[in-house]
Design a protein around this ligand. Sequence first.
Ligand code: AMP
Length: 196
Amino acid sequence: MFNLVIFGAPGSGKGTQSDKLISRYGLTHISTGEILRENIAKGTELGKIADKYISKGHLIPDDLVTEMLADEIDAHPGTKGFIFDGFPRTIPQAEALDRILEERGESVHSVIGLEVPDDQLIERLLARGKESGRSDDNLETINKRLQIYHSSTSPLKDFYLGNGRYESIEGTGEIDHIADRIVEAINRRDEAMKKK
Ligand code: AMP
């Protein structure tokens, strides 16, 4: 299987670039944010819990989101691979992802980090909020989400750099150019893995 993590701050373009990667590599998309929003819309028990965290811009507890992720992986037997979008967001989640994949004889091929300056992220998220009606795309919640990204999620770069899986990409400019940079990064990682 070919498993990718698309990594970056809220508004960095993870969803948009996931769509590009899905059509190119035929992968199954797992967006934990989307699954949580579906649960909220359906009024499930998980959705009721998740709603309280999401609307404040806080992260859902690791054990809940990790269990949900493992279930989603198991719901797609025979897939070519996964693109993980919005997971992991903490070190325990990253450790859990490695463990879950290892238990299934799999691993993470590359972690692609989209780098976008905070002022652009805020601009993009405010614009998205006008269209999407998402409860968390308002200025107060955006600031909270960015703060949590910098304190809890961004340390994952070092986690993945430490074992050579992290590739940083400039996430600004034309969508197609960003997609090209991602493919180049994946190819670089392929080459590096062959040399090992
Ligand atoms: P996203 O659609 O990825 O921006 O996620 C929207 C919200 O869902 C986040 O701000 C969190 O509240 C929650 N969420 C999504 N993925 C995770 C995760 N891996 N861990 C904890 N909370 C998450």
